[in-house]
Design a protein around this ligand. Structure first.
Ligand SMILES: Nc1ncnc2c1ncn2[C@@H]1O[C@H](COP(=O)(O)OP(=O)(O)OP(=O)(O)O)[C@@H](O)[C@H]1O
Ligand SMILES: [Mg+2]
Length: 151
């Protein structure tokens, strides 16, 4: 089984009219069957509103299927106790980088992820240093992330 697998995955958003008297459903994705192998790089293309983000939100259990099933490394995301395990494996990078800056310095920002995974303090610093070094950003560790160039 692949790292990401779905079977007849479907999701309906519920939409209410302005006065909340009427309820309708948006069938954002339906009957999706995919099986993505560990280590592969996959791009998903589609026109605006075709359901790409909706599918992505199922991968780290931000949304749970209204029909069908999605397994991340064999774990069914709809089974509540698995969410912590799933979120340690499946991350999400949002479209606008400015919306996901958390730290006041570059190193704090890079350390935010492992800190949330419960990694020990010394290891967080090791990982931060290694990560910044690998992208040639060690010199910027104490700068404000807001002051870096977009790239
Ligand atoms: N929170 C929401 N409530 C109701 N309908 C929604 C919601 N979010 C998305 N939709 C609808 O679900 C469908 C799929 O939207 P989705 O955002 O997954 O598409 P997308 O492929 O990511 O689009 P884009 O290319 O614009 O990012 C669209 O019809 C959209 O209007
Ligand atoms: Mg989208």
């Amino acid at each position: 089984m692949g790292i990401i697998r779905t079977e007849k995955l479907g999701y309906d958003y519920v939409r209410y009219s302005e006065d909340e008297s009427e309820k309708s459903y948006v069938h954002a994705i339906k009957e999706i069957d995919i099986d993505i192998a560990r280590g592969s790089f996959v791009g998903i293309l589609g026109h605006n509103g075709s359901g790409k983000s909706t599918l992505a939100r199922h991968i780290n259990a931000l949304l749970l299927p209204t029909r069908g099933t999605i397994w991340i490394d064999g774990e069914d995301t709809a089974k509540e106790p698995q969410i912590w395990k799933i979120r340690q494996k499946a991350g999400m990078v949002f479209q606008n980088p400015d919306n996901q800056i958390i730290g006041t310095t570059v190193e704090e920002d890079v350390g935010f992820g492992p800190e949330n995974l419960g990694v020990k303090r010394e290891e967080i610093w090791e990982r931060v240093e290694k990560s910044l070094m690998s992208v040639g950003m060690l010199k910027m560790r104490t700068l404000s992330p807001n002051r870096l160039s977009g790239g």
